[in-house]
Design a protein around this ligand. Structure first.
Ligand SMILES: CC(C)(COP(=O)(O)OP(=O)(O)OC[C@H]1O[C@@H](n2cnc3c(N)ncnc32)[C@H](O)[C@@H]1OP(=O)(O)O)[C@@H](O)C(=O)NCCC(=O)NCCS
Length: 150
């Protein structure tokens, strides 16, 4: 049992992970290796490894370089539905609390009910919509309070 828990423990990414991280960013050609290096060095990227393979990936950004925003979280298909995504949100949330942050934002396309359900299950609540974003599809924003004072 202990071994299973260790295997799904999210960790901060390192520069050495970039090769494997690329496939999790395949939809985002604007995310160059240089950009990835920067966000990794900022400690904004988390991964989950199973048997030396990165199966989970999450990238943080900061609105106004201050307010945490989870820009992307994605798992290899065969590793979904096992609590890894939840473990990643928990690890990120813990780290943000130690940085004094009180809330975490994220978003998804209006027409994506599945990730929206995941976010709600992880404690996010809908907080707004930007109509017209993503070529007119629209983007729903969510916030998760990390501390009582948030
Ligand atoms: C969304 C994603 C990160 C969730 O990670 P995961 O490890 O599969 O999720 P978990 O196993 O931790 O599930 C946590 C809860 O969310 C729910 N959930 C997870 N994925 C879901 C989905 N696709 N549809 C509906 N509910 C979902 C689970 O049922 C679970 O609820 P429960 O606690 O009542 O059982 C993962 O499925 C994924 O990579 N999806 C494709 C990429 C994506 O959509 N990313 C999010 C937008 S950036």
């Amino acid at each position: 049992m202990k071994m299973v828990i260790e295997l799904i423990t999210p960790r901060l990414a390192t520069i050495d992970d970039i090769g494997q991280i690329r496939r999790h960013e395949h939809e985002f050609s604007h995310v160059t290796d240089d950009l990835l290096k920067q966000v990794i060095q900022n400690n904004w990227v988390y991964v989950v490894e199973v048997e030396d393979e990165i199966v989970g990936y999450a990238r943080l950004e900061f609105i106004w370089l201050n307010v945490p925003y989870l820009a992307l979280i994605t798992l290899e298909e065969e590793h979904r539905g096992k609590g890894i995504g939840t473990a990643m949100i928990e690890r990120i949330s813990q780290d943000l609390v130690t940085q004094g942050k009180t809330s975490l934002y994220t978003s998804s396309e209006v027409m994506e009910p599945k990730p929206q359900m995941f976010h709600r299950k992880c404690g996010f609540r809908e907080c707004g919509i930007i109509a017209g974003m993503n070529d007119g599809i629209g983007e729903i924003f969510f916030v998760k309070k990390l501390a009582e004072s948030a």
